[in-house]
Ligand binder design. Structure first.
Ligand code: AMP
Length: 271
C-alpha cells in the first residue's frame, strides 16, 4: 500500500499515519519529522531548513525532494509507505509522481483528512510529542496513557512530552495560510488522477482510524473504478451493437461476411 495523507496542520495526519503504519507494517514517512531530526542533529539540511520551519513557511522544494528521494530508496519503503506532510505543493506532487514512476511504485490512494478550522487550532494547542520516540499525543483528544502503558519504547522510561516550537499562535496562523495557498490545490490534483478519498477526521480517534481504513479498502477504490469501467463497457457494447447491426444489414445485402470483421472478433467486441 502506497498512500499519501493530505490535511491541514492539526488534522491528525501524524497520529493516523502512525496508527496505520503499525497496522499495515509499512513505514510512516513524515517530512516534518525528518526535517526536525535534521535540525536537531544540526546537519547542513537542518541548518538550511530551520528558519523556514520556525516561520511556518515551506522548506525549499529541492531540499525536501532530495530527502524524500533518499528515504523512498530505503529497503523498508519497498513494501509500501504512508507519506505524511509530503507533497505540500504542486511542484512536489509532480516530482513525486515522476519519482514513483521511475521506481515503478505508483500511489494507490490519497486520503484527505477534513477538519473544521476552529478545531484545527484547538488541536494544535494541545499537541505534544515524545522527545525520544516521536509518538504524538494530544492533551485534549488523545492524552498519553498512564501507569505501565506510559512507557517510551525507545528509553523504557515515561514519555518525555514536548511541544513543537512551531505550534505557537503566530506560526500556526502562517502554517494554516500556507496550507490554504500551497497545499489545498493538491486535492483537485489528486482528484483528477482518480486517487482522492475524503474522510471526516473529526470525532473519536478510533472512529477516524476506522474511516481511514474503510476509505483504503480495495472495495472503496474498486467501487470508484467500476463506475467508469461499467460506463466504458456499456459504450463499447453500444458501438459493437451498432457495428453488428450495420454489418448484418450489409451482409444481408451482399449475402457475405465482411473480410475486415472476421467471425471470431464479434463475440469479443460484445464483452
Ligand atoms: P509538519 O510536521 O508536517 O507540520 O511540518 C513542519 C514544518 O516542516 C512545516 O511547517 C514546514 O516548514 C516543514 N515541512 C514539512 N514537510 C514539508 C514539505 N513537504 N515541504 C516543505 N516544507 C515542509
Amino acid at each position: 500500500m502506497r498512500i499519501v495523507l493530505l490535511g491541514a496542520p492539526g488534522s491528525g495526519k501524524g497520529t493516523q499515519a502512525q496508527r496505520l503504519a503499525e497496522r499495515a507494517g509499512i513505514p510512516q514517512i513524515s517530512t516534518g519529522d525528518l526535517l526536525r531530526a535534521a535540525v536537531a542533529r544540526g546537519t547542513g539540511l537542518g541548518l538550511a531548513a530551520k528558519a523556514a520551519m520556525e516561520g511556518g513557511r515551506l522548506v525549499e522544494d529541492s531540499l525536501v525532494l532530495g530527502m524524500i528521494r533518499e528515504r523512498l530508496g530505503e529497503s523498508d519503503a519497498r513494501s509500501g509507505f504512508i507519506l505524511d506532510g509530503f507533497p505540500r505543493n504542486l511542484a512536489q506532487a509532480h516530482a513525486l509522481e515522476r519519482l514513483l514512476a521511475e521506481l515503478k511504485q505508483p500511489l494507490d490512494a490519497v486520503v484527505q483528512l477534513e477538519v473544521d478550522p476552529a478545531e484545527l487550532v484547538r488541536r494544535i494547542s494541545g499537541r505534544r510529542s515524545c522527545a525520544d520516540c516521536g509518538r504524538v499525543f494530544n492533551l485534549l483528544t488523545s492524552p498519553p496513557p498512564t501507569g505501565a502503558a506510559a512507557v517510551c519504547p525507545k528509553t523504557g522510561a515515561p514519555h518525555r512530552l514536548v511541544q513543537r516550537p512551531d505550534d505557537n499562535e503566530a506560526t500556526v496562523a502562517e502554517r494554516l495560510r500556507v496550507y490554504d495557498e500551497k497545499t489545498r490545490p493538491l486535492i483537485d490534483f489528486y482528484r483528477s488522477r482518480g486517487l482522492l478519498r475524503v474522510i471526516d477526521a473529526q470525532g473519536d480517534l478510533d472512529e477516524v482510524t476506522r474511516r481511514l481504513v474503510r476509505a483504503l479498502a480495495p472495495s472503496a477504490g474498486a467501487a470508484r473504478a467500476r463506475r467508469p469501467r461499467a460506463a466504458t463497457a456499456a459504450a463499447r457494447r453500444k458501438v459493437a451493437d451498432g457495428r453488428t447491426r450495420k454489418r448484418s444489414a450489409k451482409s444481408a445485402r451482399a449475402g457475405t461476411r465482411s473480410k475486415k470483421t472476421p467471425r471470431r472478433q464479434a463475440p469479443r467486441a460484445k464483452k
